[in-house]
Design a protein around this ligand. Structure first.
Ligand SMILES: [Zn+2]
Length: 443
């Protein structure tokens, strides 16, 4: 049985019996579930309005997605993307206090990422919060006064060590300089994690749809997970439960926005099977590491290298779909063939590719990219998205043929036929039909 109260439902019955066992660690009374379907009188939407694209953090307003004080929330969704679900499990298991707030002491960025003109160009950045790394600086006073404002971007330093880079050093393609590339093969990098923060009107415009239709579709396709998408048109910002972006910068971060310095860049979409486990059905890891090698060379030559890693597993369809597609490809009549590569994906997933590169350039604009001198990507979708968003592209660098694993020729030939950049042109029908992959019996 439920009774309506202002902005909340009182729930009685089995739920309240279960919840009565929970410690009172939250500011919420545990017998109440606070619904977010209606604006609260004097609520955050009025107190902390977000003016997307405004010139200063104060005018723009903070993104408040935390649940420790629901009355302060001015966005839909939760921090951490899909990891918000694990946070819920930790709290359910009583391993975490739901009222916990981060202590941001010493968490500030290791490299300054200063405001760029693109931050304020209307519609240029719609899928991340440009001020997301500066929260502790820009909103420190409010945080001190008890408003739970959290960073959505973090900037740190690391060293990378990859066997392919050691091989490149042994093969004299790369030499240590003791600063960018060390004798041990370590590469010094700045790495930047970016959680998605979507400005819904801007996202709708990017995809050529209406905000209403986008909100409704997001609501329906997440199984009704975020009712405010359809009940709270006053909330324009959504933190979607999807993966983040990581940018790896080799060389000086400030050089990225300097038109006088050369930029080598690879924008890479996650492929766990190849990137981590070395699966040979695609070119993902070899191309990624080639991108890192070229990024090191550019930085050593006085420019800067940038690798953007997007969590978009299996063309953003997920690994289960991806593995089903592998089986459908391998078991079809005639075996795995470049001629039917995209068809098989569409049969299983209903779409050939769900990565939709329209949002991809946002992180580049955030870093101040205006031109890329060397782009290590053959994807026409990525290239078109960058160019359409105003980024000038110099040289396009294809994956060297010797780096293509044997079973991955099906993928690369199919992609070339579908419009991927290739210095040797588009493969013909016969070439496509004759490009076949390993049989399932031969693994
Ligand atoms: Zn792959």
């Amino acid at each position: 049985m439920v009774q309506k109260g202002p902005g909340a439902l009182r729930v009685t019955g089995p739920l309240s019996i279960r919840e009565a066992k929970l410690p009172m660690t939250s500011q919420n009374r545990t017998s109440h579930i606070r619904l977010t379907s209606h604006p609260e009188p004097g609520g955050a939407a009025a107190r902390f309005p977000i003016h997307w694209g405004a010139a200063t953090p104060e005018e723009r307003g903070p993104v408040i997605a935390s649940t420790t004080n629901p009355a302060d929330r001015n966005v839909i969704g939760a921090h951490g993307g899909s990891y918000s679900v694990y946070r819920a499990l930790a709290i359910s298991a009583r391993a975490m206090n739901p009222a916990q707030r981060p202590d941001l002491t010493n968490t500030h960025p290791t490299a300054e990422i200063l405001p760029q003109p693109q931050w304020f160009e209307p519609g240029k950045i719609v899928s991340l919060d440009p001020f997301g790394h500066r929260v502790a600086q820009d909103f420190g006073q409010w945080i001190g006064e008890g408003v739970d404002i959290r960073p959505t971007i973090a900037v740190t330093k690391a060293r990378l060590n990859l066997p392919e880079i050691l091989a490149a050093m042994a093969g004299h393609r790369l030499a240590a300089d003791g600063h960018i590339l060390h004798g041990s093969g370590d590469i010094s990098v700045t790495k930047i994690a970016v959680d998605p923060v979507w400005h819904l009107p801007g996202i709708a415009e990017r995809f050529g749809t209406s905000e209403n239709l986008l909100r409704r579709t997001l609501f329906e396709q997440t199984g009704g997970m975020y009712p405010e998408l359809v009940t709270r048109p006053d909330l324009k910002v959504f933190l979607p439960p999807i993966g983040s972006i990581t940018a790896y910068v080799i060389g000086e971060v400030a050089a990225i926005a300097d038109p006088g310095r050369k930029l080598a860049c690879r924008v890479h979409d996650e492929c766990n099977g190849s990137d981590v486990f070395g699966s040979d059905i695609c070119t993902c890891r070899p191309y990624l590491v080639h991108g890192i090698e070229e990024a090191v060379k550019e930085a050593q030559g006085g420019g800067v290298g940038l690798i953007v890693y997007n969590r978009k597993e299996g063309r953003a369809l997920g690994e289960v779909t991806k593995f089903l597609v592998y089986n459908a490809r391998k078991r079809q009549e005639g075996g795995d063939s470049a001629a039917t590569y995209f068809e098989r994906t569409e049969c299983v997933a209903g779409v050939q590719d769900a990565r939709f590169q329209q949002l991809m350039p946002d992180v580049l604009h955030w870093l101040g990219v205006r031109k890329i001198d060397r782009l290590m990507s053959m994807s026409n979708m990525k290239y078109d998205a960058m160019v359409e968003s105003g980024i000038e592209i110099g040289e396009r660098v294809a994956i060297p043929p010797e780096l293509i694993p044997p079973d991955a020729s099906v993928e690369i030939e199919a992609k070339k036929a579908a419009g991927y950049y290739s210095p040797d042109g588009t493969p013909g029908d016969n070439a496509l039909k004759s490009t076949v992959g390993r049989d399932l019996e031969k693994f």
